[in-house]
Design a protein around this ligand. Structure first.
Ligand code: MBD
Ligand code: FE
Length: 266
């Protein structure tokens, strides 16, 4: 039996794209360049990067509309499940001489009712000072700057890491060539990635950005959201970043019947 939603959106996408081909009088050579670009991104391991740079932010914005709590933001192409479970005092796995200014990332996890959530899981990943992610880019130790931790009985957490630099997406692959071809730069503002999980609450994927970052207004992936840009406070040892996350209850935003589920059921 055909899936109703799948049928609706694929029919609509097809007619949009056919109208687009006609509008721009796309030639067969241009059509082949486009299919080759998609093949090349797969070969280069950049399929998700291409889509995430151009499209993912819109899906997260749609997902956050009308929802209470911390806004959802880009997951990006570099999340990996199964990061090391850290023991207190929490510190992301890092090299003995990890480059970058020390960062103390601390805060609380609350429900949207303001009640602190004990034993909430934070799954954190970030780029290193060279702007690359472990387990993706060669030459970085496995799981470097990736880890999972839990809040204490008051919903608090403290995690030591380094301040990530603005992130430049790979510019020599097919995604970079396309961006160069349309005159865009390759930068995302510096960011920390966080997934938050707590029983009875909707899982949240978000990112935190730093006030004053030169790329906040021109993020190549259009991912910056109000409420996610935070002051980086100078301390004796480096910098501190404080944030209180708010997680929505599992059912209030319809998480059990998302379109994703509807498509997966196809
Ligand atoms: C990233 O690190 C990222 O977070 C996104 C959204 C896209 C490309 C690289
Ligand atoms: Fe990222």
């Amino acid at each position: 039996m055909p899936n109703t939603r799948l049928t609706l959106i694929v029919d609509d996408l097809e007619s949009l794209l056919l109208g687009f081909l006609r509008k721009h009088r796309i030639t067969h050579d241009e059509y082949r360049l486009a299919t080759q670009l998609l093949i090349d991104t797969v070969k280069a391991g950049e399929a998700s990067l291409l889509y995430d740079v151009f499209l993912e932010a819109e899906a997260t914005a749609i997902g956050s509309e009308g929802c209470s709590g911390t806004p959802e933001a880009l997951e990006g192409p570099f999340y990996l499940a199964g990061a090391p479970l850290l023991a207190a005092p929490f510190s992301l796995p890092q090299r003995a001489d990890e480059a970058g200014d020390p960062l103390l990332f601390h805060g609380r996890v609350l429900g949207t009712d303001g009640r602190p959530l004990a034993q909430a899981e934070l799954d954190v990943w970030q780029a290193d000072a060279q702007g690359v992610y472990s387990n993706i880019h060669p030459g970085v130790p496995a799981w470097n700057l990736r880890g999972r931790l839990f809040t204490d009985a008051q919903g608090r957490f403290e995690l030591r890491s380094i301040v990530p630099p603005p992130y430049e997406i790979p510019k020599d692959g097919p995604t970079g060539q396309l961006l160069r071809g349309i005159g865009r730069h390759f930068f995302r503002p510096a960011h920390l990635h966080v997934k938050l999980r707590h029983a009875g609450h909707a899982e949240l994927t978000t990112q935190l950005y730093f006030e004053g970052d030169p790329y906040l207004a021109s993020d190549v992936a259009k991912g910056v959201r109000d409420g996610l840009v935070l002051p980086l406070e100078k301390t004796g040892q480096g910098y501190a970043l404080f944030h209180e996350f708010q997680l929505a209850p599992a059912d209030s935003d319809g998480t059990s019947t998302t379109p994703t589920d509807a498509l997966q059921a196809a």
